[in-house]
Every structure is written in C-alpha cells, then in structure tokens.
Ligand binder design. Structure first.
Ligand SMILES: [Mg+2]
Length: 305
C-alpha cells in the first residue's frame, strides 16, 4: 500500500511572527470549577457559598461580604490544583465538560476560544498563563483535549500541514515524524504556566530578585516575560528568513485588574526590553464586545538579530 501523502504548507515561512498568550478561565472556556467562599447575610451571619470564576473576578475585593472558609485561600481554591493519586485532574474533567457544552451549543465559548483555535490550526506558538495551580503538564493535556475535541478533521489536517511547513522552514527538515510526533513536538515548544503552582512559585523565586519576590501578584507578568524571551530565543536559534518581519505578541484576559497590571508591566518593562515587539492586549472582560477591547502597547521598530 502506498504511504499516505502528507501535505506540507511551505508558505508558513513567509508569515509574520504572531504569537499569543491566553488566560484560560472565562477567556477560552467558561469552566464549571467553583471557588468555595463564605458570604455575609443581611443579619450578619456567614454562610457557605460557591462562586464561579467569572463572579469571583467581580467580587474578589469585596472583603466585607465575602471571605474564604476558615480564612484559608487554599481551601477556597482547592479545586484549582492537582492532587497526588487522583485519576484525572479536575482541570481536565472541567475542560471536557466545558468543551462538551460549547460544542453542543449549550453554552457560548469564551471570548478567545476562536483565537486559540486559529492559533492551533495555524501552528503558531502560544502560551497559556493562568492563575490556577495545576501542573504545567496538566494544562498541556487540556490543550491536547481542545485539539482532539474542538478541531474538525480538516482543521486537524491543516494544522499538521502547517506544522510540517514550520519544521521544513525553520528546522530544515525534509522527513517528518508521525502526526502524533509532530504534534507532540509543537506542543513541547509552547508554554503552560499555572502561576500558583508550587513548582512555578519555586522557579519564580529562583530567578527573580528579592524586590520582585515581594510582588507575588506579578507572577502572571513574569510568565509573560518568560514566553517572550522563549520565542525570541527560539527565533534567534533559527537561521531562516527572519528578515525584518514584524513580531507581535498578543495577550488576552477577561479579568480587568489583570489586564491593567499586564498593560502597565508591558509599558514599564517589556517594551523597554523588547522595543521591536508589538504587544497587543485583548481585554475580554466586557461581554458586549465579542473580541474584547484591543490595546496596542508598543510601536513597531526594526528588528535585527
Ligand atoms: Mg480568566
């Protein structure tokens, strides 16, 4: 039997360098994961109440009316991390449930759902940066699940043709691995940061100075810087046709406070470190705007390696 002809999209070599960083909850999917809190009633009593991530982003500073159980945020967010000996991470169960609801039309996808899908089909590099505490490998498995469930067979074919195109253009490959191997390779190039994961925190503490350690809330910004450094490193390793094409990095998040903090960080730090990169922020907090509010943070300059 003749081996199946594998398509290679060599035109990817001429594409602009466009990368994305995605928040997960309520940006890609509305997850069923709940946060355990206590809410003050009218007569001043505290009662247990679970809230969604979407509601939490609105009430998280309302300490008068909401508090974590026994004063412990770990207890409040107990479903946002992985546990030893569990059969499957709650993150994967919830991702499957959320995807099933979206694909059956029972629920709207998150505002950046289509952007993630396009990014995957185009085979572009991306990062998932979430405030969750799961293992990086778990987030990657969720992306694999997204590919398996949300991409049509035709989209899957297009993705693989693009991935082979990048391998041919940037890694000088003329023979390719199996589809599974090529997808694995692509997924290994991306970043999956859950910034409240103990391992992530340890890593953060090992690479930042004391001054920055005190600003733990900036771990999301740090994960973003890591991704930008990662793609610049990958590109500088490749000798192929970098030319003076533009590099842009998009960041999408539905939490207005996060968006403000990241925008500030990009203006203050990243645009200075990477003056040639165009940063585009998608604030997806406003449900009335289908693709979010778009802010371009820094201008485009020439880029030389
Ligand atoms: Mg979110």
């Amino acid at each position: 039997m003749k081996a199946k002809y594998k398509k290679i999209n060599r035109r990817v070599a001429d594409r602009d360098f466009k990368y994305y960083i995605f928040d997960w909850d309520d940006n890609i999917l509305h997850m069923p994961t709940k946060i355990y809190l206590e809410k003050k009633t009218q007569n001043g009593q505290w009662v247990e109440q679970t809230v969604s991530t979407a509601l939490f982003s609105l009430i998280r500073n309302d300490t008068k009316n909401y508090r974590p159980p026994q004063g412990s945020w770990d207890l409040a967010f107990r479903d946002f991390q992985d546990y030893k000996n569990e059969k499957e991470s709650g993150f994967l169960k919830d991702t499957r449930a959320a995807l099933t609801r979206v694909l059956s039309g029972a629920e709207k996808p998150g505002p950046s759902f289509m952007s993630l899908k396009e990014t995957l089909v185009e085979g572009r590099l991306f990062a998932i940066v979430t405030a969750r505490g799961h293992e990086s490998a778990t987030i990657r498995q969720a992306v694999q699940m997204f590919i398996d469930m949300a991409l049509t067979p035709a989209e899957n074919e297009t993705m693989l043709a693009n991935l082979r195109g990048y391998r041919a253009a940037f890694d000088n490959l003329s023979e390719f691995g199996s589809d599974v191997d090529e997808l694995e390779y692509y997924l290994s190039l991306n970043r999956y940061h859950a910034v409240t994961n103990p391992r992530f925190k340890k890593w953060l503490n090992s690479v930042v100075g004391d001054e920055e350690k005190e600003r733990q809330e900036q771990s999301k910004q740090f994960a973003i810087r890591d991704f930008v450094e990662h793609i610049i490193r990958l590109m500088s390793l490749s000798d192929k046709g970098l030319g003076h094409r533009s590099i842009s990095v998009g960041f999408s998040d539905d939490d207005a406070a996060n968006v403000r903090a990241v925008e500030e960080y990009i203006r203050r730090e990243l645009s200075r470190h990477f003056p040639s990169v165009k940063f585009v922020i998608y604030d997806t907090s406003d449900k009335a705007l289908p693709n979010g509010r778009k802010v371009v943070v820094s201008g485009q300059l020439g880029f030389d390696f």
